[in-house]
Design a binder for this molecule. Structure first.
Ligand SMILES: Cc1cc2nc3c(=O)[nH]c(=O)nc-3n(C[C@H](O)[C@H](O)[C@H](O)COP(=O)(O)O)c2cc1C
Length: 167
């Protein structure tokens, strides 16, 4: 059975919970899976497959995730890799939100390229009303609503699809 690393970067915990759910699902399907916070700089060398997850802030993965991928690019290029993010994307609505919903932010696309990820999956995240007026206006313009939008069935299905491809 391939050995899998789920390496995640999370500012407020919602990405960490998604990474744990993906890891639990893969473990239940018989894979040896480690779920590690990128802050701990996990070494991907002993793994056959690596799933990288990060919250999106200001259109990019968290800086710790970007730095970790950059520093380990040669190893990651020789592993099977997947990328997921948590953000507003899937819950954007309205004329402006609709345009952005279909876009992969350029900074996210460049990490996907660096990883040579087999698939990038943007999940809806959890976010509350920010104190900054600038951000509130942006969220309103994009048609996103506050709350926890994580779709656990969709997250489990994604883990299952990775299992099928590795199995
Ligand atoms: C300061 C801040 C900036 C954010 N910027 C973006 C963004 O540019 N694009 C996006 O899709 N989501 C953005 N989000 C939404 C978060 O990424 C989302 O809520 C995610 O679930 C947070 O993950 P975490 O709990 O693991 O930190 C932002 C959230 C915060 C708090």
């Amino acid at each position: 059975m391939p050995k899998i690393l789920v390496a995640y970067a999370s500012a407020d915990g919602s990405t960490a919970e998604v990474a744990s759910a993906v890891g639990r699902r893969l473990t239940s399907l018989g894979f040896v899976t480690d779920v590690v916070d990128i802050e701990f700089k996990p070494d991907p060398t002993p793994y056959d497959a690596v799933i990288v997850g990060s919250a999106i802030h200001n259109g990019a993965l968290l800086p710790t995730a970007v730095a970790w991928v950059e520093a380990r690019k040669p190893v990651l290029e020789s592993r099977r890799t997947w990328l997921f993010t948590l953000g507003f994307g899937p819950v954007l609505r309205g004329p402006i939100g609709g345009i952005f919903r279909r876009m992969v932010p350029p900074d996210v696309a460049s990490v996907q390229d660096a990883l040579k990820a087999e698939e990038y999956r943007p999940f809806a995240g959890a976010f509350s009303r920010p104190p900054e007026r600038r951000l509130r206006v942006l969220i309103w313009l994009l048609g996103a609503s506050y709350g926890d939008h994580r779709d656990w069935a969709q997250i489990t299905d994604w883990a299952d699809s990775i299992a099928r491809r590795l199995g």
